[in-house]
Design a protein around this ligand. Structure first.
Ligand code: FMN
Length: 241
């Protein structure tokens, strides 16, 4: 049982924070953590974005994808079958189904993923397939079947710095996600946290590429600014203006 007005109330697996509700009109903000880690860089930034949204009176929920047993798109095409019961909706049933079913009541969707091998994590990629494919008919000009407007934001975290991220083409990958999110949901914005602190104790892992002192300095000096930007993103997305 989740009680309204109890920040940080928890339920098994996922965390639901109900912010000060403005009656029934509170915006609903859903954040999706695509990192396997529930308290590290990505999750921290997502929490900050939800804090920002909650400060605007929104009801917020954080879902950890790695708690769920689900697959990416299984190419059944039920979502594209003319006259089919699942046209425009994902028909595949697994732990992701209740999450996707909440979308019509969701006003803001904030995604977060670490960069793994130049892209989002496998779980986040699978989520994006199930989220977006049913809303995208094979039609020209492209259009979206998404019912209602959902504002979206995407938070990316990665080990490399900004220039290396560009050098390896991560920005192109991020731009492609933006392209599809805008196509489906009309609006999207993103935030990158570069050069993240990856391990509890750098002396215990073999990682000579990274200078642990520099990483610690960045964690102390730059990550708080990334948190502030995430907070602002949450505020912006959940504001009525
Ligand atoms: C399997 C794996 C692959 C990774 N690949 C990349 C990569 O291609 N580029 C990069 O900058 N960081 C890479 N990283 C580092 C993570 O993106 C980075 O540490 C991130 O901030 C971790 O997010 P988290 O703290 O929320 O788990 C990788 C980490 C793992 C575990």
């Amino acid at each position: 049982m989740i009680a309204a007005g109890q920040p940080n109330s928890t339920r098994e697996g996922n965390v639901l924070n109900i912010a000060k509700k403005r009656g029934e009109s509170a915006l609903k903000v859903m954040a999706i953590n695509g990192s396997p880690r529930k308290k590290w860089n990505t999750a921290t930034l997502l929490q900050k974005s939800l804090e920002g949204a909650a400060s605007q009176g929104a009801a917020t929920e954080l879902i950890h994808l790695y708690d769920l047993n689900f697959k990416g798109c299984v190419s059944c095409f039920a979502c594209k079958t003319i006259g089919g019961a699942s046209y425009g909706r994902c028909a595949h049933k697994d732990d992701l189904t209740p999450v996707l079913e909440k979308l019509p009541e969701t006003d803001v969707l904030i995604l977060g993923s670490p960069i793994y091998f130049g892209s989002v994590t496998g779980e986040m990629q699978s989520f994006l397939e199930r989220l977006q494919f049913p809303f995208l008919p094979y039609a020209d000009p492209p259009s979206s079947l998404c019912p209602g407007k959902i504002r979206t934001g995407f938070i990316y975290t990665m080990n490399v710095d900004e220039s290396m991220s560009r050098q390896f083409g991560f920005d192109a990958r991020i731009a492609l996600n933006e392209f599809f999110l805008k196509l489906v949901f009309e609006n999207s914005e993103f935030l990158c946290s570069f050069d993240t602190y990856q391990f509890d104790d750098y002396s215990k892992v073999f990682a000579p590429r990274w200078d642990s002192e520099k990483k610690a300095k960045r964690r102390a000096e730059v990550f708080p600014e990334d948190c502030r930007r995430a907070l602002e993103m949450g505020k912006r997305l959940a504001s009525n203006g």
